[in-house]
Write a protein that binds this ligand. Structure first.
Ligand code: ADP
Length: 276
């Protein structure tokens, strides 16, 4: 029997007991997918039931970061039971990603690129949220595409109860675009949970801190967003340093919070998970 997407009710909307966090950034390549995956794994390691929706449809990298990509370069496939989709599980996290639905023939023809327009994206995200069987979740994380595009607005409509976490690098220019994506979230009625600064000072072998991408961007975004909402200040949740272990964990598909929990990046990420 055919059914329109989203015919099932939205399990994570207002009134649900699941805490929903959408992670956004002003631009790509700032470590959003890597940090989102690590946060999810860190929360699951505490015994929470965690789901992760990779809504970064143009730049999906969650399956790779969580070790859900096979030798053939293809992401793990969800299991289908009747008309429900069961998400693959990595390190205790139930994960769904566009990368899991790309048909192999198409992937080899396009290199896995997805060129979709707004309405189709909206339908896909709706389907991820309604047709994927996550069961009862304590926490649902959404990895949003960078910028202020269609998906962020869809999430704002579908999950107005989501708390938004804004990710930025320490650079002033990055801080500006990150602030803008935070403001879009606010316009769609979402609460700004806080800011995470990533790629902060790198600790060299002699202990000297090298600020490769400058300093202060995270505090600046938090300050500017707070200025616009004096009744609900937006905190800087953590500053995650540049870390070889974190980068390697992403490449190897073993998140650094598990592979090297004592690494300063893991400690910073765990401290955010602790308060979520
Ligand atoms: P985004 O999702 O924002 O596009 P990714 O999570 O894919 O960014 O990260 C981009 C690259 O930067 C990846 O290779 C990742 O391993 C690396 N990276 C992210 N954060 C750090 C960090 N704190 N230290 C070192 N490398 C990092």
């Amino acid at each position: 029997r055919l059914r329109g997407p989203g015919a099932r009710t939205m399990p994570f909307g207002p009134g649900s007991l699941t805490r929903v966090y959408a992670i956004t950034s002003g631009k790509g390549g700032v470590g959003k997918s890597t940090l989102t995956a690590n946060l999810a794994v860190s929360l699951a390691a505490k015994g929470l039931s965690v789901g992760l929706v990779d809504a970064d449809v143009h730049g999906f990298s969650i399956p790779g970061v969580l070790g859900l990509v096979g030798e053939d370069g293809l992401a793990a496939r969800p299991t289908r039971v009747d008309d429900m989709i069961l998400p693959p599980v990595a390190y205790g996290v139930k994960v769904i990603s566009i990368g899991m639905f790309i048909d192999p023939a198409q992937a080899s023809a396009t290199g896995g690129a997805v060129a979709w327009r707004g309405p189709m994206l909206h339908r896909t995200i709706t389907q991820f949220l309604t047709d994927v069987y996550f069961g009862d979740l304590d926490v649902l994380l959404l990895d949003l595409p960078p910028g202020t595009g269609d998906v962020a607005i869809s999430i704002g409509q579908l999950l107005p109860n989501a708390d938004v976490i804004v990710l930025t690098t320490p650079q002033a220019a990055a801080a500006e675009v990150a602030e803008r994506s935070g403001l879009v979230a606010r316009q769609t009625g979402q609460r700004l949970y806080g800011v995470i600064e990533n790629m902060a000072g790198f600790a060299g072998p002699d202990g000297e801190i090298v600020e490769i991408f400058g300093a202060g961007g995270g505090a600046e975004v938090a300050r500017r967003l707070s200025e616009r909402s004096p009744d609900a200040p937006v905190p800087l949740l953590a500053s995650v340093p540049i870390s070889v272990a974190l980068r390697r964990g992403g490449d190897d598909g073993v998140p650094v919070v598990l592979a090297d929990p004592a690494d300063p990046a893991s400690v910073a990420i765990d401290s955010v998970a602790e308060r979520m």
